[in-house]
Design a protein around this ligand. Structure first.
Ligand SMILES: [Zn+2]
Length: 80
C-alpha cells in the first residue's frame, strides 16, 4: 500500500469499516510509515476535538474561541 492509498482508507479505518484484507495492508503500512502514523494520530485528535465541541454546543455551551482555534490547528496536514 502506498501513502496515497493509505490516505484514502484513513476515514474508513477510523470508522472501523475497512474490509479485513484492506485493513491488513493498511496496518502493515501504518506500522512501517511514520508519516502516515502521524497523519492518523492527527486525524483522530481532530475527530476527538470536533466531538467535544459538538457536545458542548448540544449542551448549550458557548465554544471559546481558543478551543475553535485549537481544533483548526490540529487539522491533518499531509507531510510531503
Ligand atoms: Zn505512508
Amino acid at each position: 500500500m502506498k501513502c496515497r492509498e493509505c490516505d484514502e482508507f484513513l476515514v474508513d479505518y477510523v470508522a472501523g469499516e475497512l474490509p479485513s484484507d484492506v485493513l491488513a495492508s493498511f496496518e502493515v503500512h501504518i506500522a512501517r510509515c511514520r508519516n502516515c502514523r502521524v497523519y492518523l494520530e492527527q486525524y483522530r485528535l481532530t475527530i476527538k476535538a470536533g466531538k467535544t465541541a459538538c457536545e458542548a454546543i448540544q449542551q448549550g455551551l458557548t465554544i471559546p474561541e481558543e478551543l475553535i482555534e485549537a481544533i483548526l490547528a490540529v487539522k491533518p496536514k499531509r507531510a510531503t
